[in-house]
Write a protein that binds this ligand. Sequence first.
Ligand SMILES: [Zn+2]
Length: 235
Amino acid sequence: MIEKIKALLDIQNIDVEISKISNEFKEMPEKISFINNRIETEENKMQNLSLKVAELEGMSKDFQNNVADIEEKVKLIEDKLFSINSAKEFEALQKETGDLKRKKIEIEDNQLKTMEDIERYKKDSEQTKTKFEEEILPMKDEIGGLEESLGKSKEEIAALNKKRLDLSKEADKDFLKIYERLITNNNPPIISETKGEVCGHCNMKIPPQVYIKVLQEEELVLAPCCKKILIPSST
Ligand SMILES: [Zn+2]
């Protein structure tokens, strides 16, 4: 009986260790994904700002071309005006240059507004880039570190599980079955020493007939209070 319990206690030590490591790293994947999302958001923001600047610069170029086209047209018409005799045609052409010049002013207004937008977006883009370099880039290193320690913790758990499997092969099948059933729904420790007639896990008084069975050490005794496996105090 003592040897059978001893095997379970060895397994339990490993389970406690596994549980400790798992708890320590429980929130790590979520933390990593949170930081990754933050980095991604900032990267998207920078990209969107660059795209916006490029788009506005394209618009600005179009406006410039439109203005140049209009200036050329106006010049052609004005040259033509000198050689016209018909008053009606003269008036029509004058009206056309008037329309073109108004159109040109309108485009130049838009052009100016676009240039202002470009300045604004460029400034925003630079600020975002500075913030990225100062605040976000170091986060990538942080993630590297977190992933490395998470990887190590997984390796540790894998090694412990291998050790556990070896110990399980040596353990008593019936005892192990009970232990495994209990650990499925509970955190280790599963085996608890008594402190006198008191459960070592939850400090509840153990009924005398149960306590006698514990002391007899002939079978596995579960505590009525918390369903832990009770064993006699080792001290
Ligand atoms: Zn208890």
